[in-house]
Design a protein around this ligand. Structure first.
Ligand SMILES: *Cc1c(COP(=O)(O)O)cnc(C)c1O
Length: 498
């Protein structure tokens, strides 16, 4: 059987194959693609500890991408998870204090988005071939810092593609900015906007849904697709590391096969944690998925009350990849929690777009709370978590991981839940050196960028990842800044379709 994908806002009769959904990115009705039935995973938990990351990824992808052949999936997996990762396990689990850290920062841009974005270009070009696609794919992406860079690293010089990335000029770390402006690849374009991530993401969505603009692109032989986690091809590869983590815990003797565990996930756009939800649906023994937010705690309130309210102050924090008030992937969870009610999901999302808030019904909230817990960490909690873990274990965590750690601690204190806790670790401490150094030294330091990296290294004694070593000798290639309402104009210029 072929597993089909339908829109969260539309009719299941318009469902597409996986490869078509990957090419399309966002559904024309504004909804996100979700599987029309439960994928069937051919994986026995008992065998998990003996499988490599690549083998687990293969099995997970095979369950979801049923119109891909085995050899197509295998080629994509092998091209993605190779020595671009500086750890042969790809996603190792380490044990510090009472917690397990699932390290998702060993890829080309030292953040977790590498796990999905090193494979997405291969899935997409394979999908293009399968669908006899003649147009050039233009990847249009809004980034809070990590997605854009990881997407460009994946798509750079991939034939038949161009990639255009918008990022908030003041909303990313010094290292992230340097990574962005030095990106190589003749098909990569980077534009800063004088605004925040939500503005960038909202405008990208609008540009995507602009029928006239689509026609203009089409006439010039281009079609947009998305590398944001709204693309199902981005989400599915992430399911693999939840399974892989479980196998490693068995291997390390931390759990027995069948034991349930918790994951605390630092959350922004709700892509990472949603992959955990899909892993649980596929049979992974997960007790709680803990949704950890920074001060932009819209999801904390939502999971506690069922009221989603984006009308609130926006904070720029030390965990910028989570500075998000509209979490796109939550729409998929809402769809599932409403019993796959597309009309209800569409109504909530339209309320959110129009009024800035919506309230889900009590039975939907109950459904959500059956799996998810949620809390947030303030800036102080975050700094404290970095310092505590470092002082106890000589292990340095980045500010995003620290949000998950602080929230895991809060969760344990308030529940006395003793299930093994996996902290999903989403970035290398070298990616956010100012925050890490400030926490370790116990006071706010002024240095940032390479100087801060060097000082962090003196403390933590972990070899510099290649991504950092080469960064500050790299040539600046992108220095374009526009107002948020001029993004479409910028695209017209880049593609030369005016
Ligand atoms: C993107 C990102 C997150 C948030 O992940 P979502 O899938 O958007 O919830 C957390 N930490 C880091 C370092 C990230 O880059």
């Amino acid at each position: 059987m072929t597993l089909l994908y339908r829109s969260t806002r539309g009719d299941a009769t318009n469902a597409l194959t996986a490869s078509a959904a990957i090419l399309q990115g966002l559904s024309p009705d504004g909804g996100l693609y979700v599987p029309t039935e439960a994928p069937k995973l051919d994986l026995n938990l008992q065998q998990l500890p003996s499988l490599t990351y690549q083998e687990v990824a293969f099995k997970v992808l095979k369950a979801f991408l049923t119109d891909f052949t085995d050899s197509e999936i295998r080629n994509c997996v092998n091209a993605a998870y190779d020595d671009k990762f500086d750890d042969s396990l790809i996603a190792p689990v380490s044990h510090h204090g009472e917690d397990y850290y699932l390290e998702l920062f060993h890829g080309a841009t030292i953040a977790f988005k590498d796990l999905a974005l090193s494979i997405l270009p291969h899935l997409m070009t394979t999908a293009a071939k399968k669908n006899h696609f003649k147009k050039e794919i233009v990847i249009l992406t809004a980034t809070s810092g990590d997605t854009g860079k990881a997407a460009m690293a994946g798509f750079a010089d991939v034939p038949g593609t161009k990639i255009i990335v918008f990022y908030p000029s003041q909303g990313v770390s010094a290292i992230q900015k340097q990574q962005m402006i030095t990106q190589v690849g003749e098909n990569t374009y980077v534009v800063a906007i004088n605004g925040n991530f939500d503005q960038a993401q909202t405008n990208v969505k609008e540009i995507f849904n602009d029928k006239d603009f689509q026609a203009q692109l089409d006439a010039h032989g281009f079609q947009f697709s998305s590398a944001n986690s709204i693309n199902i091809g981005r989400l599915i590869p992430q399911v693999a590391y939840y399974f892989y983590a479980y196998g490693q815990l068995i291997k390390q003797g931390a759990i027995k096969n069948g034991d349930t565990i918790n994951f605390s996930v630092p959350t922004g756009n709700f892509g990472d944690i949603l992959a955990g939800y899909y892993a649980k649906q596929l049979g992974l023994p997960v007790n709680r998925l803990i949704c950890a937010s920074n001060q932009n705690n819209v999801l904390t309130d939502f999971f506690k009350t069922g009221y989603y309210d984006r009308i609130r102050p926006f904070f720029t924090t030390t965990s910028p990849s989570m500075d998000i008030l509209v979490s796109s992937n939550l729409e998929r969870l809402i769809f599932h929690a409403t019993g796959e009610d597309a009309a209800q999901t569409a109504a909530y999302m339209h309320e959110l777009e129009k009024d800035g808030h919506y309230q889900v019904k009590p039975d939907v909230l109950k459904q959500l709370q059956a799996t998810f817990s949620a809390d947030f960490a303030s800036g102080d909690d975050d700094q404290q978590a970095i310092a505590n873990v470092f002082n106890q274990s000589q292990f340095a965590i980045d500010p995003h991981t620290a949000v998950a750690k602080a929230v895991a601690d809060k969760y344990r204190q308030s529940t006395n839940d003793t299930h093994p806790m996996v902290i999903v670790s989403t970035a290398s401490p070298y990616k956010f050196p100012n925050a890490v150094l400030s926490a370790i030294e116990g006071h706010q330091v002024d240095v940032d960028g390479l100087d801060a990296v060097k000082q962090v290294q003196e403390h933590i004694n972990v070899p510099l990842p290649k991504a950092i070593e080469t960064l500050f000798h790299a040539q600046v290639r992108h220095n374009n800044t526009v107002q948020p309402d001029k993004m479409q104009e910028a695209i017209v210029k880049i593609l030369n379709i005016g």
